[in-house]
Write a protein that binds this ligand. Structure first.
Ligand code: KG4
Ligand code: ZN
Length: 356
């Protein structure tokens, strides 16, 4: 539990190791506003690219290596004034990776005698929206609808009261980010697939007048778009991409035009479903406040579409760099949940399947 009054200056250390980014951040709260002091991220994406996805034991070793490296860059600042709070991501995520962050955070918490808050990665993604808000304003942001779209999760949540979440629906199989990563692999693109697919899709205007006849009707399904629930399913989309890819002659499926058209269609299919389900929930629950989060929200096409589709609502999307995993997510979480009693350090453990 926070020892200082929430109205005084507070220094928070955030530690993130749930997947393939090692993140350490220092967030300060003063006069009711957040100030980002440090946001260090060591990405392992290039390392995992050859496996086409995250290889957990390799990721664990990288976190082990990167945590002290990043920490050494901010240690001076902590020695000058120790953290009032430490937030560490305990889940959801890859278990061996989570443990690296947890053990590291425990050591620092002991060293500085600072309370440690167990941060939920999913809630952290949504709370990142409040980094450039005043805290008072943030606490009034309800009732709200939240859409979380990352590599491991796709969830639509209702936040009736501030920080009181209820899951309306989620993916029954692959997450949207995972779908991008798997489709990218089929197309021979590197990991992570989302940014690669976005890059290709952006080239569409260059080829729009040159589309050959046999590629004119390239169309993918919009899974579950008409079902009156808030669940998602993206595994079938990946299979549809695979079938289309396999049925075409090698020369055709390896052509730049095919890849551009496919990338654009994959994006449209995923985003159509995300937007349609969110729209339906927004209407059903008559909600005027919406907030989004997770790595897929770094996608410019999705950001633009959301802003266009929900013009009459108050829409929050974190800055692009804050959509991806970083230490500010557990730090922001730690601040908003700082009233929680600190658990005995020795009892803190990972929660790889943690949900809202
Ligand atoms: O939130 P995040 O950094 O990690 C998890 O918590 O999973 O999300 C990573 C996911 C990956 O699947 C990646 O392909 C996707 O976000 N992603 C994107 C973009 N940037 C990252 N998807 C679409 N467009 C992007 N620009
Ligand atoms: Zn994430």
């Amino acid at each position: 539990m926070l020892k200082k009054k929430p109205s005084s200056k507070i220094k928070i250390l955030g530690i993130e190791t749930s997947c393939d980014e090692t993140g350490i951040a220092i967030l300060e709260v003063e006069k009711g506003k957040f100030k980002i002091k440090e946001n260090l991220v060591a990405s392992q994406a290039k390392l995992h690219a050859k496996y086409g996805g995250v290889y957990p034991n390799l990721a664990k070793r990288e976190h082990q290596k990167n945590l002290p490296k990043l920490f050494s860059l901010i240690e001076k600042s902590l020695l000058k004034s120790p953290p009032d709070l430490i937030g560490v991501t305990v889940g959801p995520g890859l278990d061996p990776c989570l443990w690296q962050g947890i053990e590291f955070a425990k050591k620092i918490a002991k060293e500085f005698n600072s309370p440690l808050v167990c941060a939920d990665h999913l809630i952290g993604h949504l709370l990142a929206n409040f980094l450039d808000f005043s805290i008072e304003k943030a606490k009034k942001f309800h009732p709200a609808l939240g859409l979380l779209v990352s590599g491991g999760h796709t969830q639509l949540v209702l936040m009736e009261k501030f920080l009181k979440f209820k899951v309306l629906g989620e993916t029954r199989d692959d997450a949207a980010g995972e779908c991008f990563d798997k489709c990218a692999r089929i197309l021979g693109l590197s990991y992570p697939g989302g940014p690669e697919i976005e890059k290709l899709a952006k080239k569409f205007p260059e080829i729009s007048s040159k589309i050959p006849k046999n590629l004119k009707n390239l169309k993918l399904p919009r899974p579950m778009i008409n079902q009156k629930n808030y669940d998602f399913s993206f595994a079938g989309l990946k299979t549809a991409v695979l079938y289309d890819f396999m049925k075409r002659p090698k020369k055709e499926r390896e052509s730049e035009i095919y890849k551009i058209l496919m990338a654009k269609e994959i994006q449209s299919a995923v985003f159509d479903v995300l937007i349609e389900k969110t729209k339906r929930a927004q209407k059903e629950f008559k909600i005027k406040k919406l907030f989004f989060g997770g790595g897929v929200l770094a996608n410019e096409t999705l950001r633009k579409r959301i802003k266009k589709e929900f013009k009459k609502c108050q829409v929050l999307i974190p800055k692009k760099e804050f959509c991806l995993d970083n230490g500010l997510l557990p730090a922001t979480f730690a601040f908003f949940y700082s009233y929680q009693k600190t658990t005995d350090l020795e009892k803190i453990k990972s929660s790889p399947n943690l949900s809202f």
